[in-house]
Design a protein around this ligand. Structure first.
Ligand SMILES: Cc1cc2nc3c(=O)[nH]c(=O)nc-3n(C[C@H](O)[C@H](O)[C@H](O)COP(=O)(O)O)c2cc1C
Length: 371
C-alpha cells in the first residue's frame, strides 16, 4: 500500500511530503515533477503570490541514481514568502476554517489555522501525485482534467479524445473550447473588479484503466468511495459526481445503464454513464468524474463577521488571495486520482519492485484475454 503525509505551513520554511510503500526501480523524473508543480501554479484568476512561489522539488530520501529504492521518499518544496510579518487574525473569514479551527485548537486567533488550512499544502499533493503518475505511466494509465464551468459560464463541448483533452493545457482557464475561454476570462475580470470571487466545476478522466481496481466486498474497498474521499479532501471542493452523476435521477434504468457487448477484443460498452466504476470496481471504461469548487472565501468585498476578542461586529480579514482557482484545482484533482490509482495498482498487483508489479499485471491482463 502506498500512503503519504504532508507537513508545512503557508509562510513557514516549506512543505514536506513522505511517500511510503512506493515500489523500487521507477525512474524519478524531477523535471516532470517540477513541470507538474508549475501546472498547478498557472491559471487566470490566481493571485500574484503565484509569481513569487515558482515551486521546485528537493529530494531528501528514497532515490538513488535517479530511481526509487523502495525506501520512504521524502520531498521538500521551499516557500519563498517566509519573511512576511504574520499578524494574528481575530476577524475570522466566513467560508474558511478560521473560526471553527481557532475554537477547536484553543488559539488566540486564526493565524495557526490559516497557515495550515490554506491551499498552499496542495503543492505537495501535486508533487506526490506526479510521482504516482510516473508509476501509472508504466501501465500506460493517464489522467486528464479540464474545466467545464466557472461561475455560470459552461463549456458546451464534450471532449472527444485524448488529443482534445491535451488542449486544456494550452488554455489559461483549462477549457477545451476557445469560445468559452474568452467568456470565462471576462467573467473572472468582472468578479475581480467587483471585489468578488468565483468557483466552478472540473472534470477529471482516467484513461486505460484495467478492469478490477477497487472491490465490492466492503465499504472501504470501493474505488468510487476512495476517489470521492480523496477529492473531497481538496480545499474548496463541495461535491463530486461520477459518470452521469446527478443527471441519473432524470433517467429511466433503460436509459442509464451501459449495456454489455463482446467482440474479439473482449467485453465492451457503447456508453459510459457509470463513469467507469460499477459496484466499487473499475469496469475497464474511462473513469470520469466531475467536482464542484465553491467560490474562494477570501473576498475584498467585505463579509460580516465577529471579532474573536472584542465580540464586535466587524469585517472579515483580507489577505492576498485568488479570485478563482478552478483551473488549478484540476491539477490537484488529477494528482489525487493518480495517487488513488497508483495505490490500487500496487495493492492489486502486489510486489515491491516495478518489475514484480508489471509481471503480475501482464499475467492478469493475458488471463483476461482468455475469458
Ligand atoms: C488551488 C487552490 C487555491 C486556493 N486559493 C485560495 C485563496 O487564494 N484564498 C482563499 O480564501 N481560498 C483559497 N482556496 C480555497 C480554500 O483553501 C478553502 O475554501 C478553505 O480552506 C476552506 O475549506 P473548504 O472550502 O473545503 O471548506 C484555494 C483552494 C485551492 C484548491
Amino acid at each position: 500500500m502506498i500512503r503519504f503525509l504532508t507537513g508545512g505551513e503557508s509562510h513557514g520554511e516549506g512543505l514536506i511530503g513522505i511517500i511510503e510503500g512506493f515500489p523500487s526501480n521507477v525512474y524519478f523524473d524531477i523535471e516532470y515533477i517540477n513541470k507538474e508543480l508549475n501546472r498547478r501554479q498557472v491559471g487566470y484568476g490566481r493571485s500574484n503570490r503565484m509569481d513569487m512561489e515558482q515551486d521546485e522539488i528537493k529530494v531528501l530520501s528514497g532515490i538513488n541514481k535517479g530511481y526509487t529504492t523502495g525506501n520512504p521518499i521524502s520531498l521538500i518544496i521551499k516557500n519563498r514568502g517566509t519573511n512576511i510579518d504574520l499578524v494574528e487574525i481575530t476577524k475570522p473569514r466566513p467560508g474558511h476554517g478560521d473560526l471553527a479551527g481557532t475554537l477547536k485548537y484553543n488559539h488566540k486567533g486564526a493565524r495557526n489555522v490559516v497557515e495550515r488550512a490554506s491551499a498552499r499544502e496542495t503543492a505537495m499533493r501535486v508533487a506526490v501525485g506526479s510521482v504516482c503518475k510516473l508509476l501509472l505511466k508504466k501501465f500506460e494509465i493517464k489522467v486528464y482534467s479540464h474545466v467545464i464551468k466557472i461561475g455560470d459560464i459552461e463549456v458546451s463541448m464534450k471532449y472527444k479524445d485524448e488529443k482534445e483533452l491535451e488542449t486544456a493545457n494550452n488554455s489559461s482557464v483549462r477549457v477545451i473550447d476557445k469560445d468559452t475561454e474568452e467568456l470565462i476570462i471576462k467573467k473572472i475580470k468582472q468578479a475581480k473588479k467587483e471585489e468578488d470571487t468565483l468557483g466552478g466545476v472540473v472534470e477529471v478522466i482516467g484513461k486505460n484503466i484495467p478492469v478490477g481496481l477497487g472491490s465490492y466486498t466492503n465499504w472501504d474497498r470501493k474505488l468510487d468511495a476512495k476517489i470521492a474521499h480523496s477529492i473531497m479532501s481538496i480545499p474548496g471542493i463541495k461535491g463530486i459526481e461520477f459518470g452521469l452523476g446527478f443527471e441519473a435521477s432524470n433517467r429511466l434504468g433503460s436509459q442509464m445503464h451501459d449495456e454489455i457487448f463482446y467482440d474479439l477484443n473482449g467485453f465492451y460498452r457503447k456508453t459510459n454513464n457509470a463513469g467507469g466504476i460499477e459496484a466499487g470496481v473499475s469496469n475497464g471504461e474511462d473513469i470520469v468524474f466531475r467536482a464542484v469548487m465553491k467560490p474562494i472565501p477570501t473576498l475584498r468585498k467585505s463579509l460580516k463577521t465577529v471579532d474573536i476578542d472584542t465580540k464586535e461586529d466587524v469585517i472579515a480579514q483580507f489577505e492576498r488571495s485568488d479570485v478563482c482557482a478552478v483551473p488549478s484545482v484540476c491539477i490537484v484533482a488529477e494528482s489525487m486520482l493518480a495517487y488513488v490509482l497508483a495505490n490500487e495498482m500496487v495493492s492489486k498487483f502486489g510486489g515491491d519492485s516495478i518489475e514484480e508489479i508489471k509481471s503480475s499485471f501482464s499475467n492478469y491482463m493475458s488471463d483476461l484475454k482468455n475469458r
